[in-house]
Write a protein that binds this ligand. Structure first.
Ligand SMILES: O=P(O)(O)OC[C@H]1O[C@H](OP(=O)(O)OP(=O)(O)O)[C@H](O)[C@@H]1O
Ligand code: HPA
Ligand SMILES: [Mg+2]
Length: 180
């Protein structure tokens, strides 16, 4: 385990197994459709790629880069678009792929934005859900695991841009917070 982590919550193997299960459910639900799978950068990089590999249906992929945390461990509340979709959302079945829902600010913003562009449907899949963090009323349609009230890192998820490359998911040890 990385020395800046307090504990590992999900191993590489547990994540792979859960991603496979989620992909089976998604493939069943989108049978005969050609969804636009939208990975939200940067946190969902690993989940988006691993999920795509397990889908048994045709799908297209695109990415949006949005951010609201910057270098801290609490949401600024303001969601900023750093990169928009390259694909037209109008009329598409969109599946937003997130790594974690915490306050819900990011997903509420994205769901409103894409619904406003007249997507045919907008659903959300999030690998992790932290219900204790929620500040706005939004939930994912598909969730991999619930996580406790702690700052999570690994498998794409960062603190101050670090730890994204870890193949497992764990709790960040706040003794290693960067002090300004
Ligand atoms: O439910 P919320 O409180 O909005 O938090 C969830 C979002 O916050 C993180 O993104 P971040 O802004 O850190 O960008 P990043 O993915 O590039 O790290 C995470 O990847 C989610 O997108
Ligand atoms: O627990 C978290 N860890 C990392 N990034 C996050 N963004 C929202 N919640 C988290
Ligand atoms: Mg982040």
């Amino acid at each position: 385990m990385h020395p800046h982590l307090k504990e590992v919550l999900f191993t590489r193997e547990q994540i792979a197994e859960r991603v496979k299960e989620l992909a089976e459910v998604v493939s069943r639900d989108y049978e005969g459709k050609n969804p636009l799978v939208v990975g939200i950068l940067k946190g969902s990089i690993m989940f988006t790629v691993d999920l795509l590999k397990e889908l048994s249906i045709d799908a297209e992929v695109d990415f949006m880069d949005v951010t609201s945390y910057g270098y801290g461990i609490s949401s600024s509340g303001e969601v900023r678009i750093l990169k928009d979709l390259s694909t037209v959302a109008h009329g598409r079945d969109i599946l937003i792929v997130e790594d974690i829902i915490d306050t819900g600010n990011t997903l509420l913003y994205l769901k409103k934005l894409l619904t406003g562009r007249q997507a045919k449907s907008v659903k959300i899949i999030s690998l992790l859900d932290k219900p204790s963090g929620r500040k706005v009323d939004i939930d994912a349609d598909y969730v991999g695991f619930e996580v406790p009230d702690a700052f999570i890192v690994g498998y794409g998820i960062d603190y101050a841009e670090r730890y994204r490359q870890l193949p497992y998911i764990g709790v960040f040890n706040e003794e290693f917070l960067i002090k300004e």
